[in-house]
Design a protein around this ligand. Structure first.
Ligand SMILES: *Cc1c(COP(=O)(O)O)cnc(C)c1O
Length: 432
């Protein structure tokens, strides 16, 4: 019944997260409410770190992709767990800096960074800027010269592996807005250009092949393609790149039928492939960067709602309306993403009702999901949607002038608010 290890049922028949009663949390902090088990997040961080130790001699780092869920507290937790951090905007960088995150462990991504963002990255001496294209390279070069800064960069490469087709395929030329293509020579051109720039040092290469991936083979293939490029770079320029970022995208269990491989397995297989390929190509083993986002926070989070009206349309469907919706979880309306849900105050009862969970926004498509098995729903029940820790809060909006919910972390039998609920004043703050 539970897609995540941090969930359980207590003797009152209530759903618990990190051992805490979700019905009590909903009463204390009001709904809608995001709740995370901090220990579950930490366990994910630790398992990435341990797998790099075990299979790759510790010669690498896991950098949490903060776009999955970004606030100051998660940056502090990531720092405490010795993770690096991926940011993709000035806002995410600012949040990390405000949280006291070590800038030397920050990787700045994005396909269209503004000069302002690049300037901020230089000012704060972020560890690596992951340069996406030649335009960005030129701007960065100018800025680095004018600021008298020296900066280490990666190039984002399109390895030509599409992990999202039914059986993932390798295409010649992938259609993506991200990164430099291999086939056209664009990637090599950028690499060669960089060698002429005295304020920019090319440290390595980066790729990210997609998200919510259950297969390991695309990761292995991507690593091989990237190492082959590193060998070509060495041959053509004499430069042996020392770092390789293989991105994130590790799948999590949203539905009971999902069966993602253990994080360990990714690192085990990818390490084997990297070792083998380096040997074949005569390369030193690069420092590896993994960038998990979803898998660090997704399983650790749930969303709690209060059930309002239950609308039974005979022979068609039953709508169960909740006090949130697409404003706090836009993933169904955006991608048709599926979740497990349950009535938190009846968690020990069978989920024998199939319902459509609807939000309160003025959009027919504002649903959390359809055909979802839950316990018998009644107005006033607490409804929990599971595994919402990633890409929910970070994608939340103020549509219909609905304030974003609070975020609560639980740990060691204690709960604390880490992001306050948006108030009515917050909603009008910038209105003149
Ligand atoms: C989104 C993203 C990640 C994280 O992806 P997940 O699927 O959340 O693990 C990592 N690296 C880059 C460059 C990304 O864009």
């Amino acid at each position: 019944m539970f897609v995540s290890n941090c969930l359980n049922v207590n003797d009152k028949g209530h759903l618990t997260i990190g051992g805490m009663d979700t019905v009590e949390l909903a009463q204390t902090y009001a709904t809608p409410l995001y709740v995370f088990d901090e220990d579950e997040i930490r366990r994910a961080c630790q398992s990435y770190k341990a797998s790099i130790e075990k299979y790759y001699g510790g010669h690498g780092i896991a950098a949490y992709a903060s776009k999955a869920f970004c606030c100051k507290e998660i940056c502090r937790v990531a720092q405490d767990e010795q993770m690096g951090l991926d940011v993709v905007s000035l806002g995410e960088l600012y949040t990390a800096i405000q949280a006291g995150f070590d800038p030397s462990k920050i990787y700045f991504h994005g396909n269209n960074k503004t000069p302002q963002e690049l300037l901020a990255a230089l000012e704060h001496n972020v560890g690596r800027i992951v340069v996406d294209n030649l335009t960005e390279l030129e701007i960065l070069n100018q800025l680095a010269i004018s600021q008298n800064k020296h900066v280490g960069i990666f190039f984002r490469i399109k390895p030509g592996i599409d992990a999202h087709t039914h059986n993932f395929i390798r295409t010649g030329q992938i259609d993506s807005k991200f990164g430099l293509a291999l086939e056209t020579g664009e990637a090599m051109e950028a690499i060669q250009k960089t060698l002429e720039y005295s304020n920019i040092e090319l440290k390595g290469l980066h790729c990210h092949i997609g998200s919510q991936i259950f297969d390991i083979e695309p990761f292995v293939l991507a690593a091989q393609v990237m190492l082959k490029l590193m060998a070509d770079v060495k041959k053509q320029t004499g430069l042996e790149l020392q770092e390789l970022s293989l991105g994130g995208g590790f799948g999590i269990k949203y539905l009971e039928g999902h069966n993602p491989p253990a994080y360990d397995t990714y690192m085990e297989k990818v390490s084997q492939a990297v070792k083998q390929t380096c040997k074949e190509l005569g390369l030193q083993m690069p420092f590896i960067i993994l960038e998990p986002g979803r898998s660090v926070v997704g399983p650790a989070g749930i969303t709690l709602y209060t059930v309002g009206c239950v609308k039974e349309i005979p022979n068609i469907r039953t709508y169960v309306s909740v006090d949130g919706g697409m404003t706090d979880n836009p993933r169904y309306i955006m991608y048709g993403s599926e979740y497990e849900a349950m009535i938190a105050n009846k968690a020990d009862q069978p989920r024998d009702h199939k319902v459509t969970i609807a939000g309160k926004c003025c959009e027919s498509g504002d649903l959390i999901g359809e055909n979802m098995p839950i316990q018998e729903p009644k107005a006033g029940d607490t409804l929990a949607v599971l595994a919402t820790g990633a890409y929910n809060y970070s994608m939340a909006s103020n549509y219909n002038r609905i304030g974003r919910p609070a975020v609560v972390f639980v740990k060691g039998g204690k709960a604390r608010v880490v992001v306050k609920r948006e108030s009515l004043e917050d909603l009008c703050r910038n209105d003149l």
